[in-house]
Design a protein around this ligand. Structure first.
Ligand code: ZN
Ligand code: ZN
Length: 335
């Protein structure tokens, strides 16, 4: 396949600035890498944290984007997986060292020397990208390119957050009803759980959306749910939701913080944590999360709700996400 020398990409030169639409060289895949023609790339809240400077030390300049759906156009000399032309997904976890204590213990999501797509290596807000083939996934056929994109982070990391919840928990609160929540809610409802959705106060549209997906109750994040919760997952990057969720959670229940960034958690009385309630965070993903979730999603089937933007309008997509004005997930469609 003919690959041009240059491509268009949306580039972040410095956090706090808008992305710039520019022409840059198409990268050459290294021996273990594949060159991918990007068809679609999801816009994740983590991209917003990178762009807004809430995550330390991004590679700069950086091409954001880690929910990449594309096809393999060229393979490095050592790549044996995937066919040229095959459709694949590139997720957030772009590389792990394989040698540190965490890698050796099979906890690669906690690797000491990882690389992350769209953060410390260039991502998918571009016409092409290179990726380490060992971290890419084949994608289920049932999804279009734009529908598959949100599965790759909102889906994978949402699923990992959901896995942290005890299997016998039946009443699950989800705080922040965006990309990850709308996917996790479908998995939970499918597994017979009662989902309670918490949105920004007054966001009736998101509450209707949550009920449409099977939530038994949807309300403001400041509301008390009609029943106590066995577990909560917080996707909104708002620290004050931690004590709010603890207050709604039964003895022995868990509050899972699913995001990479959260504003400070305000002080709270020990009695709302006591009785063996737990708080935990979720970091990154293991390849196993991707394999499990991508096998599960088409059977449910998880349906993704997307708003599609052209590559050039990535700044618009990010600002709609920042303002809570998206329903479901934003995806860039790339010609
Ligand atoms: Zn490692
Ligand atoms: Zn993400």
């Amino acid at each position: 396949m003919q690959v041009p020398e240059k491509m268009h990409a949306m580039i972040l030169d410095r956090p706090g600035r808008a992305l710039e639409y520019r022409e840059v060289p198409v990268a050459e895949p290294g021996p273990g890498q594949i060159l991918v023609k990007v068809h679609a790339c999801g816009v994740c809240r983590t991209d917003l944290h990178v762009v807004d400077g809430e995550l330390p030390e991004p590679k700069l300049p950086i091409i954001p984007g880690h929910e990449i759906v594309g096809s393999v156009v060229r393979k490095g000399s050592r790549v044996e997986s995937f066919r040229t032309g095959e459709r694949i997904g590139v997720p957030w976890l772009g590389y792990t060292c394989g040698e540190c204590r965490f890698c050796r213990e099979g906890r690669e999501n906690l690797c000491d020397r990882p690389l992350f797509t769209g953060y410390t290596i260039d991502g998918g807000y571009a016409e092409y990208t290179v990726a380490d083939s060992r971290y890419c996934f084949p994608l289920p056929d049932r999804y279009s390119d734009t529908d598959a994109a949100p599965l790759l982070c909102a889906g994978l990391i949402g699923y990992r957050s959901y896995r942290m919840v005890d299997a016998d928990a039946s009443r699950i609160g989800i705080y922040g009803f965006g990309g990850a929540a709308h996917i996790v809610a479908q998995v939970a409802v499918y597994q017979g759980k009662k989902v309670f959705a918490f949105t920004r106060p007054g966001d009736l549209q998101a509450q209707r959306f949550a009920r449409k997906l099977g939530a038994v109750w949807a309300g403001d994040s400041t509301d008390t749910p009609p029943e106590p919760l066995d577990a909560s997952i917080i996707f909104a990057p708002v620290g004050s939701l931690v004590p709010a969720a603890l207050r709604a959670t039964v003895k022995g229940g868990i509050v899972v913080c699913g995001g990479i960034y959260m504003s400070d958690i305000p002080a709270f009385p020990y009695r709302i944590l006591w009785e063996e309630r737990r708080i935990c965070s979720v970091a990154n993903l293991e390849r196993r999360d991707g394999e499990e979730f991508l096998a599960l999603a088409p059977g449910i089937p998880v349906v993704t709700e997307t708003e599609v933007f052209p590559l050039k309008d990535a700044n618009e997509a990010l600002s709609r996400l920042r303002d809570g004005k998206l329903q479901g997930a934003a995806v860039l469609a790339i010609e």
